[in-house]
Design a protein around this ligand. Structure first.
Ligand SMILES: [Fe+2]
Length: 283
C-alpha cells in the first residue's frame, strides 16, 4: 500500500503578510507539521499549483522555508498564480522537461505519477500548448504502468461559471490526447477550484480539495466575474493506493473543536442515554 498526500493552492505571499485576512504561511506550516506527525511515511507530497499568490521571489522563499521540515519528498507544480522563472530559481531541483516546463514522471510501486504544467504567463486560464501535448502523448504512449495524473487546471468544466471561464483553454486537444489512454489512467488529481470535488471524466476518476488559505464558495448561480470566496476549513488529502484501490481521505487539519468517544459497545439503552444527555462542553 502506498500513501500520497495531496495539497493544493497554498497561495503564499511574502512571509509576515496576510492574504484575505489569513496567514497562508502559518496555514501551510500547520499542514506540514500535521503531515509529519501523521503521514511522515507518505511516498510523496504533491502540491497541485498556485504555490504563491503573485509569483514573487519572496513568496517562493517563504514556500521553500515552509516545506523544508517536511519529511516526505515534495513535488510542487505550477498554477496560474505562479511564475515559472521565479519558481525555478527557488526550486533548482524541481521537475523540468526538455521544453523547460515543470513536468515530469515518477515511478512508484503503485504506478506512474505524471506531473503536468498548465501555467501560461498573462492568463488565469489553463494552457496546454502543442509542445506540452506532444510531451504528454509521448509519456502516455510509453507508460510502464497505470498512471496517476496531477495538474492545476481541471481539463473539464466543474459547473461554477467563473472557474470554468478560467479552465483549460485547450480542453478539446487535451481530451484527444488523453482519451485513447483513459483505460490506463487510474486517477486525475487537480487544484484551482479551492473546493472538495470528486467525480469522473472519460471514465477516469478525478478529485480536488480545498486550498490551504482561502476557499471558493459553492454558488452555481453566480455569473462570470462574480466569484465568492469563503473561510471554510483548509484541508489536505491522504491517498491510499494499491493494486485494487484508490482511497482518498480529506482532512481538515486545523479543526480544533475536539473529538469524542461514541461509546460503541455499550448497551443500546446506555448509548441512547449517553447520546441524548451529551454535554459537549464537559467532554
Ligand atoms: Fe488557487
Amino acid at each position: 500500500m502506498m500513501k500520497i498526500v495531496h495539497l493544493t493552492d497554498t497561495h503564499l505571499v511574502a512571509e509576515g503578510l496576510n492574504l484575505y485576512g489569513l496567514d497562508p504561511r502559518a496555514r501551510l506550516d500547520a499542514a506540514v507539521a500535521d503531515i509529519n506527525r501523521h503521514h511522515g511515511d507518505a511516498e510523496v507530497v504533491v502540491i497541485t499549483g498556485d504555490l504563491t499568490h503573485w509569483g514573487e521571489p519572496e513568496a517562493y522563499a517563504s514556500l521553500v522555508d515552509s516545506l523544508a521540515p517536511l519529511h516526505p519528498p515534495v513535488i510542487p507544480l505550477l498554477g496560474n498564480h505562479d511564475d515559472r522563472a521565479a519558481f525555478q530559481i527557488a526550486f533548482p531541483g524541481a521537475l523540468e522537461d526538455a521544453g523547460g516546463f515543470v513536468q515530469g514522471r515518477r515511478e512508484t510501486a503503485a504506478g506512474t505519477l505524471l506531473f503536468l504544467d498548465t501555467n501560461q504567463p498573462g492568463t488565469a486560464a489553463g494552457w496546454y500548448c502543442e509542445e506540452r501535448l506532444a510531451w504528454l502523448e509521448r509519456e502516455l504512449a510509453a507508460l510502464p504502468s497505470p498512471a496517476f495524473i496531477f495538474m492545476h487546471h481541471p481539463p473539464f468544466d466543474v459547473g461554477i461559471a467563473e472557474m470554468d471561464r478560467i479552465g483549460l483553454t485547450q480542453a478539446a486537444a487535451f481530451r484527444a490526447v488523453i482519451e485513447p489512454h483513459a483505460g490506463k489512467i487510474r486517477h486525475l488529481f487537480y487544484g484551482h477550484v479551492h473546493r472538495p470535488i470528486c467525480g469522473s471524466w472519460l471514465g477516469i476518476p478525478t478529485s480536488t480539495l480545498r486550498g490551504t488559505n482561502h476557499q471558493v464558495w459553492l454558488d452555481f448561480a453566480a455569473g462570470d466575474e462574480s466569484l465568492s470566496f469563503s473561510y471554510e476549513e483548509p484541508a489536505y488529502a491522504v491517498v491510499l493506493v494499491d493494486e485494487t484501490r484508490v482511497v482518498i481521505h480529506s482532512h481538515d487539519y486545523l479543526y480544533d473543536r475536539g473529538t469524542y468517544a461514541a461509546r460503541i459497545g455499550a448497551s443500546a439503552e446506555k448509548e441512547r442515554a449517553y447520546a441524548l444527555g451529551f454535554d459537549a462542553a464537559a467532554e
